[in-house]
Design a protein around this ligand. Structure first.
Ligand SMILES: CC(C)(COP(=O)(O)OP(=O)(O)OC[C@H]1O[C@@H](n2cnc3c(N)ncnc32)[C@H](O)[C@@H]1OP(=O)(O)O)[C@@H](O)C(=O)NCCC(=O)NCCS
Length: 163
């Protein structure tokens, strides 16, 4: 493991899993042979499967589950609160319990292009491909290729136009 990481004691790392410099991991679990790039943050409760690649600068928040062999590009941003606020109605800083955590799942062998934003509560289907810079606001069907803001289907991965 490289020197400049903050990997909390409660992180479970699979065999052969690599975490590159300046990553910040706490309370999460990563399967075997998964690779995590520099400056990635992975929060509590996140489960990442085997042989996944998480590219540098991505943010994976609490409530996200990533199945095996998933590719996550650079600067991918997950979210878990659809209506975020800093404070409660009476001006107190929000804490756990003041907001509703909404879960997201990325299914096996899906890929997410660089700079994509995944809104809370989404399921990205098996082998689906999310284009660079997409803002994903609805579930993505298995094998669908989606691009844009809001992300729309442009084709499927098995239509012969390349994966
Ligand atoms: C989504 C993607 C797979 C589509 O590839 P493709 O099927 O070969 O698509 P094409 O290049 O033929 O483009 C088809 C159309 O979608 C548009 N398009 C392609 N990718 C787009 C994207 N990310 N965002 C918005 N529009 C996109 C093209 O402009 C084109 O539009 P047009 O028909 O109006 O000309 C690819 O463009 C992409 O974004 N890959 C992810 C790259 C990445 O982030 N890699 C991370 C590691 S480096």
């Amino acid at each position: 493991m490289e020197r400049y990481n903050r990997i909390a004691d409660d992180v479970s790392l699979g065999q052969g899993t690599k975490v590159h410099g300046f990553a910040n991991l706490y309370g999460c679990s990563l399967g075997d042979e998964t690779s995590v790039g520099a400056f990635v943050e992975i929060q509590s409760g996140v489960v990442i499967g085997r042989r996944c690649k998480v590219s540098s600068h991505s943010f994976i928040c609490e409530g996200v589950t990533v199945e095996d062999e998933v590719f996550i590009g650079h600067h991918v941003c997950f979210t878990n609160d659809l209506y975020p606020r800093s404070t409660t109605g009476d001006g107190r800083l929000q804490e756990a319990g003041d907001w509703r955590l909404v879960e997201t799942v990325v299914k096996r062998r899906a890929s997410i292009g660089s700079g994509a934003v995944i809104l809370a509560g989404i399921t990205i289907g098996e082998e689906a491909l999310v284009g660079a810079g997409a803002v994903v606001t609805k579930d993505v069907a298995p094998g669908a290729v989606v691009v844009g803001n809001p992300a729309r289907v442009i084709r499927t991965v098995d239509d012969g136009a390349g994966v």
